[in-house]
Design a protein around this ligand. Structure first.
Ligand code: PEP
Ligand code: MN
Length: 368
């Protein structure tokens, strides 16, 4: 199936009977269900905020190391059922296998999501998709751990092909090696590209798993809204320090309320004609600069090709490393005066250099 054929999805607003879900869809609740008391206490505090649409709790936890807490299992689903009865909040949990799907449906879970580790495995995704045939439940697919848009999209397409039309994605960031400020790097261009491929597919941001800490959740939640994502999933626990999983990133329901209260929603479009005209003019300027950039690059590559031929005629190697490091240093200094960051300048010139070398190699090969 072509990637962009997900055009008959059911809008998020119609996912749950009797409830009109609006952007931003807010899913809140603990990383894991731990006990009947912890689940109910957290749910009551979350309900009191009047800002959360769906209560979440994981009952099967895919843990990196064995012997860590792996979730309470199906008994947790009976606690979720009680939450639904007592608070009226719809409930959601993660599924990672066919058995999980059957159990979640049996206990009346309202929405399921597929975790990052599962999305990365096409066998598991296909089995889950097969188990979902004929089931009318909203399904959210988290991005895989690696920044691989196709793997994410492929997983989404498997669920779609099983007939699920209440379908969405969750952006929870991507793993990277080494210590980073955020637990999972967001690479926002990936969910934005997913949105471009499937404009009808709601994408929910998961600041908790992106951040891995409590302090940056508000900033990342706001960023997700600024990038026009359709909702947020935020982990919240009645006693975060004592949580059995992801303790560092969970916030109290009180703090969750503050974070949600501080969100500034910006409209993506407006009917104001003056605004639209001004925006259009500014965009035309950007387009014109982009065209200029392309022709500058084209001309630069032509010169690189000439240099390549000239070096070949004189038996000189393509790469002179000192010349190259001089260029980078010079450009970083010049860029700093123009308000352009070191990182940006070195990345952009690194790529220009690679492209130049390829042009030099290709032109000299062609003329052989
Ligand atoms: C979770 O939502 O608690 C979870 C396990 O998330 P992820 O799959 O994003 O790691
Ligand atoms: Mn978690």
């Amino acid at each position: 199936m072509a990637a962009n054929e997900l055009n008959d999805l059911i809008p998020m607003s119609e996912w749950l009977p009797g409830i009109t879900l609006e952007r931003p869809l807010i899913i809140g609740g603990p990383c894991s269900a731990e006990s009947a008391e912890q689940v109910m206490q957290t749910a009551k505090e979350i309900k009191a905020l009047n800002k959360v649409d769906i209560f979440r709790a994981g009952v099967w936890k895919p843990r990196t190391f064995p012997n860590n807490f792996e979730g309470v299992g199906s008994i947790g689903l009976s606690w979720l059922r009680e939450v639904k009865q007592k608070t009226g909040l719809p409930v959601a949990t993660e599924v990672g296998s066919v058995q999980h799907v059957y159990e979640a449906i049996k206990y009346g879970v309202d929405l399921i999501w597929i975790g990052a580790r599962t999305t990365a495995n096409p066998f598991a995704m296909q089995e889950i998709a097969d188990a979902l045939k004929g089931v009318n439940i909203p399904v959210l697919v988290k991005n895989p751990l690696s920044p691989d848009l196709e793997l994410w999209d492929g997983g989404i397409n498997r669920i779609y092909a099983a007939g699920i039309r209440k379908l969405g994605a969750i952006h929870r960031g991507f793993s990277s090696w080494g210590k980073t400020e955020l637990r999972n790097t967001p690479h926002w261009q990936i969910p934005i590209e997913l949105k471009r491929l499937h404009p009808n597919l709601p994408i929910i941001g998961d600041p908790s798993h992106i951040c891995g800490n409590r302090t940056m959740i508000e900033e990342i939640a706001q960023r997700a809204m600024d990038f026009s994502l359709d909702g947020l999933m935020i982990e919240s626990h009645c006693n975060p320090d004592a949580a059995w999983s992801d303790a560092k990133q969970q916030v109290t329901p009180l703090r969750l309320g503050e974070i949600l209260g501080n969100l500034k929603m910006k409209a993506e479009t407006t009917d104001n004609p003056q605004f639209n005209r001004t925006l259009e003019e500014l965009r035309l300027q950007i387009d014109s600069f982009d065209d200029q950039l392309l022709s500058i690059l084209e001309n630069r590559m032509k010169i690189a090709e000439k240099i390549g031929m000239y070096k070949k005629e004189n038996n000189i190697s393509i790469l002179q490393s000192t010349r190259w490091s001089d260029i980078i240093i010079k450009m970083i200094n010049k860029g700093a005066n123009k308000g352009l960051s070191d990182k940006f300048i070195s990345e952009i010139f690194q790529s220009i250099h690679e492209e130049s070398i390829n042009h030099q190699i290709n032109i000299t090969k062609k003329k052989e």
